[in-house]
Design a protein around this ligand. Sequence first.
Ligand code: C2E
Ligand code: CA
Ligand code: CA
Length: 736
Amino acid sequence: MLLAISGVAILGLVFVAALWAGKESDAAALDHQRKLVNGRLQDQVDRVSKDMRLMAAGFSSLLSENAVVADGGNDNSTAEAFATVATTAFGYNGTYLVTSTGELALEADAETARRYKWIRPLLLPMIRQADLKGPGQSETNPERIHVALMKLEGRPSIAGVTKVTASIEANGARTRLAQPLYLAAFRFLDGATLDALSREQGLAGARYARTADAEANEVAFQIEATATNEPIGFIIWAPDLPGSRVVARLVPLLSVAGLLIGGLFFALMARLRKSLQELGRSEDHARHLSYHDVLTGLPNRALFAERFQHCLDTLDASSGYAIVALIDLDRFKEINDTYGHPAGDELLRSVVIRLSPLFGERDMLARVGGDEFALLLPPGSAAGRALPELWEEVVSELAKPFNLRNGDIVVRIGGSIGAVTVNDRTLARSEYLRRADLALYEAKSHGRGRCVEYHEYLDTRNVEKDNLTQDLRLLLGSASDSVTQEPKGELEVFFQSVHLASDEMPLSGAEALVRWRHPHLGLLTPDMFIPIAEEAGLIDQLGEWVLRTAAIRAASWPLGITLAVNVSPSQVRRRGFGDRVLSIIKEAGLSPSRLELELTEAALFNLDHGAQETLAILRAHGIRIALDDFGTGFSSLSHLIQFNIDRIKIDRSFVSLLGSQAEGAAIVSSIIGLSRTLGKTTTAEGIETQGQRDFLIAAGCTDLQGFYFSRPMAGVDFDRIIARNEDGNTRAAHTG
Ligand code: C2E
Ligand code: CA
Ligand code: CA
């Protein structure tokens, strides 16, 4: 820029300087030419003056030889001679010999007389002056020649008048002329004179004009009458202006240079602008990238944090409160693992497309993790909007099935929300996020597909959870010291009976369900501590303890009664799981054919080769595998076939629909039908009514379980049931 500006400035300076120099030199040249013209005119005047003297002298002698003139005699030969001398030798346009009154002294032809008649009044004053000593006439001009510029016959002329001093010799004595005579002559300035002038002085095309009608490129030089100072005409010529010539030559050069510099400048500017734009674009792009998630185009964690912080900083009593929520997709990982990352990506984009319209322009939905989103509703944004309704909308949108790969796959995911009200500037951003996270965790651990808003009790509960974890760790740590010892006696295994779906509905087995008799909290159900054990990495120990305890008891039961034990997903994945199971039941004295392991679909998900092998080995030993809670997870047929599942346990949520909703019957029937087709046995869980029981028997279910038959009970209580059952059987056998 600086370069271009200085270039242009220098060029401009050069241009201005050239113009100025040109103008100055033009002025000088013009002045010079004017002076020349003036000088030339003066030369003419001087020449006339000189000519007059010569002519007067010549004429004097002529007159002296022809004394006849003296008495005014008519001598044409003299006049002719005189005229010839004047016109040919001196180049005058008119020469007259006149008397002091201006009369022609010699007899002239009619033409000359006519011409003179016009000229006479103009010459008369000069004749009169010729006698006097004019201001321009000094002693060096004793002849008293009077020369003047004037207009004669309408043309600029130089006229001269001088007294002819002649003496005539007669009779040997010189006598003066009887009367004084004057020589008057004139020459036109234009025509030949002007031609000569222009030729000699280099005044291109000089011409005479009556008026100063000069063209644009010409100058006019005014010729003034000597006597009156009136303009008698103009010499007009195209002046030679070297400055203009130089400028005229410089202009194209400078223009080309200017154009070049200008072009260069613009090219440079364009280039600069382009690269600046590119830089700006790539900067914008980089900024966008650093603040946005590439996959969904949503703001990322960094931008969310920035906006959240800003929102927190500007929070005051008048602005109200903001809302921050964490939205977590349920089962996203499973879909990603089953159908591959492209499907997972597509799912995430679909989620964003569905959720975005639910929020306002000022709200910010950001992607802060793989399947985790964060929502910021700034103060005023949530106003007028019932938050529970918004959360419900989000949850219901996420619960609707998603079509992936152009409808080839239909998946259901669902989502959980943890929300927190932001109304206290003194709390840190991280604290709010922790609270939202806690609320989210609460939502997820309570069946997912819901929103939980943070409340202080969650923190209290969290503390309780920490305490429980601590207690459980102590409990199981002491248990592992001695394999046979009950862990402080607080943990207990309950049993719930399972019955054959036949007329008599005989007892066919029992499901082991763990309980914790907590010294302060009372009897805890597994839902309250199994997730804690899983999270704390204590589930293997707990699971093994349950298996061992249950197996030891079941070993004492009649051979026909089977034992079902629940297995957590992480247990199955643990190396050596199969060996541990086999060794535990061997130690307990329970035949493998009497054991059934209940796994959820989550446990079967993405099992590595080793774990699959383990399941196969366990099955080879006669242990059966049941798919628990069927219908709540993936319900994928491929799992049933791939892992050679022996039994399907229809989830209690479907059984509970029986009798209340028509579609419940259809779902349950179809699951049983499917199970039979695949050659699996089926257990229906959660039977609470006779109607449910009857429907399931009719539908072809193989086993039945639920409060209708018995609640889970302590081992000793269950032993009594077994004993009673035995008694009944033996009585029946006896009576039968
Ligand atoms: P689950 O495997 O589906 O076990 C059946 C649950 O349904 C039991 O709850 C049982 O009490 C309940 N139940 C049975 N019949 C009825 C009925 O007619 N109506 C109703 N409303 N409920 C019925 P529980 O004992 O609270 O166990 C809950 C879950 O905890 C179990 O669900 C199981 O997934 C898990 N669990 C229990 N014991 C263990 C264990 O030793 N290891 C592992 N990993 N999980 C366990
Ligand atoms: Ca179970
Ligand atoms: Ca179940």
